[in-house]
Design a protein around this ligand. Structure first.
Ligand code: ATR
Length: 292
């Protein structure tokens, strides 16, 4: 499905953007501009390199320039919590902001509201792309940074049966485990590798972004043959060494394209108040990532 040709930029064009550091490999502009055009909006979506030291200024600048909203990616999602006027329940629940809406709340005044659209996107993509029933599932989650923590909290809320957390810096995995144990006292959370089989192994580390990266787990302590399915939050490259190894071990596999799609389509819905044209956005994303 191809998106309609967008209206030319004029003085009433409004902007949205993704802020990140680095930002140059983002597929969000391709996906969002296709969605914006399909909705017939006179908006454009930009990608801006914003250093974390300048995030507050960048948000204030976008607000003053009448932006509709911004998305935030690495490393801004935690920092932004303190930089918005109000937090939506989603941002409060998952403790990170990946979407900001600028809303006029009084004449001459614009308020900033932070949302989190990542958490729902993770579980939606896992369920759709790997046909996984998360309730009761045994999961190994690799990574306890921003993305790993959100995934862990969301998986716990979905009622997974057993959650193994592994991170290079073990204290961060332990902190996430403690947070989960407090929210869901009945859930079995273990810091360390599973000895038996798991339904899913999920990579939320940044290992795999570079071709020369090693696998995101210790292959002396865990084998992909123990896993039924493998998911990598990375979408570029489309097949990381982790996913390649998982395929070779006969796992069902999916990359993070679905997660990017659903966090982005939800952001567009928040900004526009309309249902996002998901098929158009998916086609634009696939073209950008796979080249067809
Ligand atoms: P994001 O928001 O994408 O999660 P992040 O918070 O910087 O970004 O987290 C990156 C994750 O990748 C962390 O789990 C990190 O491990 P540490 O917590 O020990 O830093 C992991 N990671 C990054 N580089 C790594 C490497 N070379 N080896 C192992 N893990 C790595």
């Amino acid at each position: 499905m191809s998106a309609p040709f967008p209206a030319p930029i004029d003085s009433s064009t409004r902007y949205c953007a993704v802020f990140g550091h680095p930002i140059k490999h983002s597929a969000s502009p391709a996906m969002q501009n296709a969605g914006i055009a399909a909705l017939g909006l006179n908006w454009r979506y930009l990608a801006c390199e914003v250093h974390p030291d300048h995030l507050r200024e960048a948000i204030a600048g976008a607000k003053r320039m009448g932006f509709v909203g911004v998305n935030l990616t690495v490393p801004h999602k935690l920092l932004a919590i303190e930089m918005v006027d109000a937090l939506d329940t989603s941002a409060r629940t998952w403790g990170a902001v990946n979407t900001i809406q600028f809303e006029a709340d009084a004449p001459g005044n614009v308020a900033t509201r932070g949302f989190n659209t990542d958490a729902d996107a993770i579980t939606r993509s896992l369920q759709e792309d790997l046909s996984i029933t998360l309730r009761g599932a045994r999961v190994l989650l690799l990574g306890a940074g921003g993305a790993g923590r959100t995934a862990a909290l969301k998986l716990a809320a979905h009622g997974v049966g057993e959650l193994h957390l592994v991170n290079r810096t073990e204290s961060k995995a332990a902190a996430v485990a403690a947070e989960i144990q407090q929210r869901h006292p009945g859930l079995k959370v273990i810091v360390g590798y599973p000895k038996t089989e798991v339904d899913l192994v999920l990579n939320a580390t940044s290992l795999g972004l570079r071709l020369e990266d090693r696998l995101p787990f210790d292959d002396k302590k865990f084998s992909l043959r123990q896993a039924r399915a493998a998911y990598d939050m990375i979408y570029r490259p489309a097949e990381t060494p982790f996913l390649k190894a998982a395929k070779a071990a006969s796992c069902l596999t999916a990359n993070g394209l679905g997660m990017l799609l659903y966090q982005g389509s939800k952001a567009l819905e928040i900004w526009s108040g309309q249902t996002a044209p998901i098929a158009v956005m998916r086609a634009a994303l696939e073209k950008n990532v796979y080249g067809h």
